[in-house]
Design a protein around this ligand. Structure first.
Ligand SMILES: [Zn+2]
Length: 353
């Protein structure tokens, strides 16, 4: 039989738990404005914006131009729809524009592209996305792959820098794109479904290192250009490799989009050490894509993702992350503030409320 004292103790337990949680580093920061620096919405989505407002989140809606051959693609419509969504969001959603790199061999390419980008800057775009089709898909007339440091792209980077915008760069892929498709490949589900991006054994395709080296030459050439590397800069498989690059290029930061699972399955202490050491260079992001989902349902999914990720970074709770057991990182509050807000504001000026 429980004594009266035991019962009192039991009744107080939830309160004690709450107090313990309030003492957690993250609990104070949880009420702050937070920023997801990599999402794909591309339309007006009032329910999603309302959810952002309620939960005190802002986001960056990033336009991608996924072209590679001579297929038609209405980039203008995509840019317009994204602009419209951002404009109707009351400042909750900023946007990043992009350009179609397929015409890179035509003589007026750089001039024409820079002029178009400047119009998107006038429309409030705070950054420009370049995508993995540069390095892995787009080829010139003679068959050579377009690399990120091709001379035709340099004036575009200069135009982005002159306008004080940020280059948002998803270049290359996880190591899994160059590994056999077996159980040892952490990206087996993705490349099984997207064989187009599985590069192993393909003749003439640049290696991952040569793509990232070309990106690094851009970082070195334009030390004042802010560059955010999407998906941990494609160095998600090796934080030491990423650390070397962050050390070498002070103008380079990375987002966590769709790659927090690499932290969750890695060595917890090494991950904590990495995130603490590079606390000024990591931007929280999900890579959430609304696609054809109703904004109400999309908002719910994204809110759940934001909660899960916050718990992973801020608490030391045992949890499952995409089906794998792990434990939260319990990062200190000043680090959480940077990763979830302040870095976004510094690397992507104009983002957030
Ligand atoms: Zn994305």
């Amino acid at each position: 039989m429980p004594t009266r004292r035991d019962l009192l103790h039991l009744a107080a337990a939830p309160l004690l738990l709450r107090t313990a949680r309030a003492a957690d580093a993250g609990a104070d920061a949880e009420g702050m404005e937070r920023i997801d620096t990599h999402i794909h919405i591309h339309r007006e989505a009032p329910a999603l914006v309302a959810s952002f407002k309620d939960s005190r989140w802002s986001g960056l809606d990033i336009v991608v131009c996924p072209t590679e051959g001579d297929e038609p693609y209405d980039l203008g419509a995509r840019l317009d729809a994204t602009l419209k969504g951002a404009r109707s969001s009351g400042g909750r959603i900023a946007w990043a524009s992009t350009f179609d790199a397929r015409g890179f061999e035509s003589p007026d390419f750089a001039e024409r592209t820079s002029a178009r980008l400047r119009r998107t800057f006038d429309d409030g775009a705070i950054g420009v996305k370049i995508w993995k089709n540069i390095g892995m898909a787009i080829r010139g007339k003679a068959g050579a792959y377009l690399l990120p440091d091709h001379p035709s792209l340099l004036p575009i980077y200069e135009a982005i820098g002159r306008a004080d915008r940020t280059l948002v760069a998803h270049l290359a892929e996880p190591d899994g794109a160059w590994m056999p498709l077996d159980d040892k490949n952490p990206e087996l589900p993705y490349y099984s479904k997207n064989p187009r991006w599985h590069m192993l054994g393909r003749a003439g395709v640049p290696s991952k290192e040569s793509i990232l080296d070309a990106r690094d030459r851009v970082l070195a050439r334009y030390p004042r250009l802010r560059v955010v590397g999407c998906h941990l800069g494609s160095d998600e498989d090796d934080l030491k490799r990423l650390a070397r690059r962050l050390d070498a290029f002070p103008n380079f930061a990375v987002d966590t989009a769709a790659r927090i699972r690499y932290f969750a399955r890695g060595n917890r202490e090494q991950t904590r050490e990495f995130l603490t050491r590079y606390q000024d260079r990591i931007l929280y992001a999900t890579d959430f894509a609304l696609r054809d989902t109703a904004p109400e349902a999309g908002a719910k999914t994204l809110l759940a993702r934001h909660r899960r990720d916050w718990d992973f970074f801020a608490t030391d709770a045992a949890m499952e992350y995409e089906g794998r057991p792990t434990r939260g990182l319990a990062l200190p509050e000043p680090v959480l503030r940077k990763i979830f807000r302040d870095n976004a504001r510094r690397w992507l000026p104009g983002i957030g409320v």
